[in-house]
Design a protein around this ligand. Structure first.
Ligand SMILES: CC(=O)NCCS(=O)(=O)O
Length: 349
């Protein structure tokens, strides 16, 4: 037992879990995604020059990673602040901010956003995918990495006294690299010490989520307190999805609002539409997993903000929930997905 037991840790301090309200479990409020820039496809004519005009809106939404300027969400703090205020008005209470080391976590900005908007913000500890790992960090042992992660939760991250309340998103690719394996083991060790929530970014392969769970389990991680993100672009077949669900993690559908034709990070993947995501949620509910589902938008590029004609942080509350109800998910089940499941996950043991 620590002083964290039974509490949620936000960037403004400890919170009674009942205060969380509706919670998006996977968002970014300030980050850079430069590491994932993809040069514009030569065949479609559009360049990435001056893309933030209405006439280029469709191109930008179809090629979000091919415009460098689009990858700097960190330049939009004022717009994000306004959108968080709108999120509160729409009935939102809390947001888990998944930016970890490697994609420019900014603890002071998170604290400011929480103070100015009244939205509870839970920040993430640990490291993003291999290509963002520094030389220094690659030399660290699992024990040293564990100490760093534990320190970010207990004392504060990036030289500030602002504390993280969740480990992740811990980034992994496919195949999982040696450095990513070390970070996964460190995350599991830190979780075993702290009794805290963990959230994983799996590689873009159907086998990736289960492989991550096996690594965490072997290192003493608590799978029941772990969220597997991005299942929308990772596991498609219903039988394979049920096999993975059996392993016991939370199942996160967190790309609501993304409806691209070509998923440039894995062209074999057909990115689902929001309607297809809702049908998958209805399927999981029917199969008895209503206590394991969490959802979000994972906003990580500028084009998804309302300022640029995007859906913003309130899309799920405004548009997705009404359609979930129409597709046979009850209000009680919606409340589990938006309130009870995030609360259980985020509460320290
Ligand atoms: C910030 C981040 O990692 N987002 C995930 C994008 S992905 O296309 O689902 O991998």
């Amino acid at each position: 037992m620590t002083e964290l037991s039974g509490k949620v840790q936000t960037v403004l301090g400890l919170l009674d879990p009942d205060q969380l309200g509706r919670t998006m479990t996977h968002e970014h409020l300030t980050m850079t995604f430069e590491c994932c820039y993809v040069p514009p496809p030569p065949e479609n004519g559009q360049t990435d020059k001056n893309p933030f005009q209405l006439c280029h809106g469709h191109w930008l939404r179809q090629n979000p990673y091919s415009c460098l300027e689009n990858l700097f969400l960190c330049q939009e703090t004022e717009a994000v602040r306004d959108e968080l205020l709108a999120y509160r008005k729409a009935g939102g209470g809390s947001v888990v901010e998944n930016t970890t080391t490697g994609i420019d976590r900014d603890m002071s900005t998170l604290r400011r956003l929480a103070k100015e908007t009244g939205v509870n913000i839970v920040a993430g500890a640990g490291y993003y995918v291999d290509c963002t790992h520094s030389d220094d960090m690659r030399k660290m042992s699992v024990e040293k990495l564990t100490d760093v992660i534990v320190g970010e939760v207990l004392y504060g991250a990036d030289g500030t006294d602002v504390r993280c309340g969740v480990i992740g998103e811990i980034g992994t690719g496919w195949p999982i690299t040696d450095s990513e394996r070390k970070v996964l083991r460190a995350a599991a060790h830190a979780q075993a010490q702290l009794g805290c929530p963990v959230i994983i970014h799996p590689g873009r392969n159907v086998a990736a989520p289960a492989e991550v769970v096996r690594i965490l389990q072997e290192a003493g991680g608590d799978i029941c307190k772990t969220v597997m993100s991005h299942l929308d672009r990772t596991i498609f077949n219903h039988a394979e999805l049920l096999d993975f669900a059996e392993m016991g993690s939370y199942l996160e559908y967190d790309l609501f609002g993304i409806e691209t034709l070509n998923y440039v990070f894995n062209m074999d993947v057909d990115m689902p539409s929001d309607s297809q995501r809702i049908n998958t949620l209805a399927f999981l509910v029917k199969e008895g997993y209503e206590d394991k589902i969490v959802i979000a938008h994972d906003i990580h590029t500028k084009d998804r903000l309302c300022k640029y004609g995007g859906h913003g942080y309130s899309h799920i509350l405004r548009n997705i929930v009404p359609k979930m109800l129409k597709r046979g998910i009850s209000q009680m089940q919606v409340d589990k997905i938006l309130i009870d499941n995030p609360k259980r996950w985020l509460t320290f043991k």
